[in-house]
Design a protein around this ligand. Structure first.
Ligand SMILES: C[S@@+](CC[C@H](N)C(=O)[O-])C[C@H]1O[C@@H](n2cnc3c(N)ncnc32)[C@H](O)[C@@H]1O
Length: 225
């Protein structure tokens, strides 16, 4: 899977939008590794929550263009704009919506869900000062805090998404989510099993100061490895 061009995005853009980093590239590598599975799945709807610059959903949209509608969401309007520009720059067809998580989508409609969440362990106060407010139209540097600040265990946003997973995924849906060791992946796997999902550590990578994982999550009745 080719890494999409980002030369249309400036340093100024990256002051307001998450710049692709090792975590983004691990998620891209995981999708590349699972391309045969995804092609066989023939997903109707692929969604990336928190698309940032848009490199991940753009790469996937280019691969699955013939049978999938690809959508991106982000709470940061600058990220939605960057995602649209990345799609155009790379000739990918996708749409980008500003919303919280997958709130704008029809229930149980998503066949492939991607999320590289804000996973860094921070104080909850740091998060609370950055509450999402749908009436705020402009984005300033503080929006970037949404990119990384994860609150306690780095899991505040991730846990909300996981609680909603049954409402988001289609019956054959699959989630690829990035986690850090500090997010306690084993605890998350157990939690998902109790909700009738199967979660496997699909890929992992050690980088200086961080141990990153991609969890692949399917419904127990649809699981395949
Ligand atoms: C770690 S960045 C990942 C960006 C991009 N997906 C990548 O991998 O390069 C997390 C992204 O999630 C977005 N985000 C954080 N909380 C969100 C929420 N509740 N709903 C939608 N997007 C959210 C942030 O604005 C940011 O763009």
């Amino acid at each position: 899977m080719e890494t999409p061009y980002t030369d249309h995005l400036s340093l100024e853009d990256f002051e307001q939008v998450y710049e692709p980093a090792e975590d983004s590239f691990l998620l891209l590598d995981a999708l590349e590794k699972d391309l045969d599975y995804l092609a066989e799945l023939q997903p109707h709807l692929c969604v990336e929550i928190g698309s940032g610059s848009g490199v991940i959903i753009t790469a996937l949209a280019k691969k699955l263009a013939s049978f999938s509608l690809c959508l991106a969401t982000d709470i940061n309007p600058k990220a939605c704009n960057a995602t649209r520009r990345t799609a155009v720059r790379n000739g990918a067809r996708l749409d980008s919506i500003r919303c919280n998580l997958a709130d704008a989508l029809r229930p149980q409609s998503v066949d492939v869900l991607l999320f590289n969440p804000p996973y860094v362990v921070t104080s909850d106060e740091e998060l609370q000062t950055q509450q999402f407010d749908s009436h705020v139209e402009s984005s300033t540097d503080p929006n970037l805090v949404f990119s990384w600040a994860g609150g306690q265990d780095g899991r505040r946003v991730t846990d909300i998404l996981l609680k909603q997973l049954d409402d988001i995924l289609s019956p054959r849906g699959v989630l690829y989510i990035l986690l850090l060791r500090e997010n306690k992946p084993d605890e998350i796997i157990k939690y998902l099993e109790d909700l009738n999902f199967q979660a496997v550590r699909f890929m992992e990578r050690r980088i200086p100061g961080e141990h990153l994982y991609i969890l692949k999550v399917t419904r127990t009745s649809y699981s395949s490895s």
